[in-house]
Structures are given as structure tokens and as C-alpha cells.
Design a protein around this ligand. Structure first.
Ligand SMILES: Nc1ncnc2c1ncn2[C@@H]1O[C@H](COP(=O)(O)OP(=O)(O)O)[C@@H](O)[C@H]1O
Ligand SMILES: [Mg+2]
Length: 172
């Protein structure tokens, strides 16, 4: 099936354009992710700060037979459009907002794509003129879902992935 207004395909899902301000992540038939839980995690992160793309609504498209997670449309730009000094400021803001999410009990868990998957390593982090934003909370976890021990383990991995992203972002 060819999807109209296809914007991008990630590791699992396709994202289509709805308007200048909205995109929809499609969950089709055999999608392994749970749209309801992804929406809940997004909404939670949205209550903490503006880092994760804004949740708008859930919908269903009859023609495509797809569940749709409608969200704020982000327009990414290339890191190399800006000098390293400016990127350093954006990195600091990102680090601060990530720390806020972590403190609130949210860990993203998909900062870096596993190296056995093709595609860009950091395609869930988007740079905009206003700084870095995060998408794709598909495998994100909230502390009460897994308990302190597992959460802290996830957090440790996330901090490592953030360090790798920092290297990439500032040296590209
Ligand atoms: N809010 C958004 N604004 C703009 N592009 C987006 C947005 N959400 C996702 N995308 C694009 O769609 C791709 C797939 O979305 P993503 O949520 O990462 O799905 P997957 O779980 O398949 O990785 C992303 O890599 C990105 O290019
Ligand atoms: Mg993704």
C-alpha cells in the first residue's frame, strides 16, 4: 500500500503529513507498538516540559485502516546549519530538559538506534531553529511501570547514549 503524504518511515512506523502543523504516526495491522501507551507516555512528558513533540489526538483513518497518533509537526534542520558554539547551548538545554524528564520518572530509551538497524543513529532527536526536540516515545518507560531497579538501569544506558549523541552533535 502506498500512503498519501508520506513524510518519513522510522524503524517501525510510517509518519504522514496532515497539515502544516500536524503529522500522524500510523499504526497498521501488525504494528508491534501500542498506540494507547505511546500516547500516554507522550502526554506525560508534555506535562514536564516541551522536549517531546506535543501530543494532539488519537484518530482512525478508514481508507488506510490505520490508527493514527496525531502530533505536533516538527521541521528538522541539519546540525551543520549552525556553529558549534550555538550547538553547545542547545546541547545544554537538551541535557537540562532530559534531566527534568528523568527526575520526573520518564526515560526515553530510544536516543540511539541499535547499531544492527539501518538508518541514522540519532533519528529520534530533531534539531529545529529553537533547539533540540525528541520524538518516538514508543519504547519509553515510566518509573512506576518497572520499579526503581530497572528504571535506574535504563537511565544509566540513556546517559551513555546521550554522551554519544553529544559527541556526534558537536563534531559533525
Ligand atoms: N512530530 C514529528 N514531526 C516531524 N517528523 C516526525 C515526527 N514524528 C516522527 N517524524 C518522522 O517520522 C519518522 C518515524 O517516526 P518515529 O516516531 O521515530 O517512528 P519509529 O517508531 O518507526 O522509529 C522519524 O524518524 C521522523 O523522521
Ligand atoms: Mg524512531
Amino acid at each position: 500500500m502506498k500512503y498519501p503524504r508520506l513524510l518519513s518511515s522510522g524503524a517501525n512506523n510510517k509518519v504522514i503529513v496532515l497539515s502544516e502543523t500536524e503529522v500522524a504516526k500510523l499504526y497498521i495491522g501488525d504494528s508491534r507498538s501500542d498506540i494507547g501507551s505511546e500516547a500516554e507516555k507522550m502526554k506525560f512528558a508534555n506535562t514536564i516540559n516541551n522536549l517531546v513533540a506535543g501530543f494532539i489526538r488519537l484518530s482512525y483513518d478508514e481508507a488506510m485502516q490505520a490508527e493514527m497518533l496525531v502530533m505536533e509537526r516538527i521541521y528538522p534542520i541539519d546540525y551543520r546549519a549552525y556553529e558549534v558554539e550555538r550547538r553547545e547551548l542547545w546541547w545544554e538545554a537538551f541535557e537540562h530538559e532530559m534531566a527534568q524528564l528523568h527526575k520526573a520518572g520518564f526515560v526515553h530509551r530510544d536516543i540511539k538506534r541499535p547499531s544492527n538497524l539501518t538508518g541514522l543513529a540519532f533519528d529520534n532527536i530533531l534539531l529545529t531553529n529553537e533547539g533540540l526536540r525528541l520524538i518516538d516515545v514508543g519504547i519509553s518507560t515510566l518509573r512506576p511501570q518497572v520499579g526503581d531497579k530497572i528504571f535506574d538501569k535504563y537511565l544509566e544506558t540513556e546517559l551513555q547514549e546521550m554522551a554519544e549523541f553529544r559527541q556526534y552533535f558537536l563534531n559533525r
